[in-house]
Design a protein around this ligand. Structure first.
Ligand code: SF4
Length: 414
């Protein structure tokens, strides 16, 4: 945006200076303490303005596990004014993979089929045991054939080498989908490797989380820090429904602490000025349209389905399934596995686990009585404690729910 355009948009010289400063910040990150202090002060000034304009509490949801990591790791929550609350959203694909699909993978592994998956999914526990095993890790220790891989390409290579009947448990968001799609399009997935798709689409989950929060907190104002990684594929346009239809400011942010602070400042600026726009802060990686070739590949290989999210339910058009053309590699077809529908969805979290509420931004990990008592990163009970991107795991490892939380609460900073 040119200086002239900014002048037209700004309502005061102060605002013009703030906007101009924010625009010049690209490239100034983690180590820039002066920028961090400026942003912290700007956030407090904007929050004060919000109070003066009778705007009550402001809830900003970060959607991506990596944003929550930055917020907790760098203590950003403790920098917030009293009327601004940061909540984590459903940004962890491992956390929302239904128990039933873990059970399917464990069952297949006991039937002599090699199951490949990522490290986080390997530890993910199901609600019910299969042959006494709650996870692929436990199945492997009981002799089942399970291998951890770091990519789908690894699974393809290993399945080619072994020639064994195999399944890849493909968990992830839009960021991993293009890699899967290209492998199928290039016809390099061997016939002995089936694909158990657990690829989920994030905008429908964000819409649901926001709708539920807005219903519950009627007099609050909301903002969203949208995921940077996902947006490299989807483009910023994927989130514009929140600003255009729901009146919620959205900022697609990078993952450095300064990125997150800029995003918070921009959201507050919009709220104070009664605006709701979708803004790209992460301009070094994200465009409005995204990676159109990746989008084409995804659309050619996958179809969009109503998908089950663990502890939440069926979210319309929130998952990807291999299209009919690739049916011979579709594990659901090949092994007659039934997809969960709204008729047979059942609550699939362990007793006492509040992961569904944590994932929707309706509870904090510390609201769960099991947090850091029965449920720890070494001995996770619920899925949010398993993955490095899970909110409970992040809070457990970096103090978001420990001493820092206690101190912040006693000081009433959140
Ligand atoms: Fe679930 Fe463990 Fe988090 Fe509690 S602490 S919500 S049991 S993952």
């Amino acid at each position: 945006m040119s200086m002239d355009e900014k002048k037209l948009e700004a309502s005061s010289p102060d605002e013009l200076a703030e906007r101009d400063f924010l625009d010049k910040l690209e490239g100034a990150f983690r180590s820039n303490i002066h920028v961090a202090v400026f942003l912290r002060n700007l956030i407090h000034r904007l929050a004060e303005k919000a109070l003066m304009r009778d705007i009550g509490r402001i809830v900003i949801m970060d959607f991506c596990g990596t944003h929550e990591w930055s917020i907790v790791h760098f203590g950003i929550r403790s920098l917030m004014p009293r009327n601004v609350e940061l909540v984590a959203g459903p940004g962890c694909p491992v956390c929302v993979t239904p128990s039933k699909y873990i059970e399917y993978a464990v069952k297949l592994s006991f039937e002599g089929i090699t199951v490949y998956t990522y490290g986080d999914a390997y530890r993910l526990k199901s609600l019910r045991p299969i042959n006494g095993a709650y996870s692929l890790q436990e199945a492997r220790s009981d002799g089942a054939s399970v291998q951890v891989v770091t990519s789908f390409i690894d699974a393809i290579r290993l399945a080619n080498m072994s020639g064994r009947e195999s399944v890849f448990l493909g968990i992830g968001f839009e960021t991993v989908a293009p890699g899967y799609a290209v492998a199928f399009k290039k016809n390099i997935v061997p016939g002995n490797l089936a694909f158990l798709s657990q690829v989920k689409l994030t905008p429908p989950a964000m819409r649901l989380s926001l709708e539920l929060l807005m219903k519950e907190k009627l007099d609050y104002r909301f903002g969203v820090i949208a995921p940077g990684h996902v947006s490299t594929i989807t483009g910023a346009k994927a989130w514009s429904f929140a600003s255009e239809e729901m009146g919620i400011p959205v900022v697609i942010a990078g993952f450095e602490p300064i990125d997150v602070l800029i995003a918070i400042a921009e959201i507050l600026r919009q709220i104070v000025n009664n605006e709701s726009k979708t803004v790209i802060e992460y301009r070094r990686a994200v465009t409005w349209s995204g990676d159109e070739e990746a989008q084409r590949n995804i659309n050619e290989v996958f179809t969009t389905i109503d998908d089950a999210w663990r502890g939440i339910g069926i979210i319309p058009r929130s998952g990807l399934e291999l299209s009919d053309r690739y049916a011979s590699n579709n594990a659901f077809e090949k092994y007659s596995l039934k997809r969960i529908t709204s008729d047979d969805w059942e609550y699939d979290l362990p007793r006492g686990c509040k992961c569904g509420l944590v994932t929707l931004g309706k509870a904090k990990p510390t609201d769960c009585p099991l947090f850091m008592k029965a449920c720890t990163p070494d001995r996770p009970i619920g899925p949010c404690m398993v993955s490095v991107e899970g909110t409970c795991s992040i809070w457990a490892r970096f103090g978001g729910g420990g001493l820092a939380d206690e101190v912040a609460r006693s000081l009433e900073v959140y």
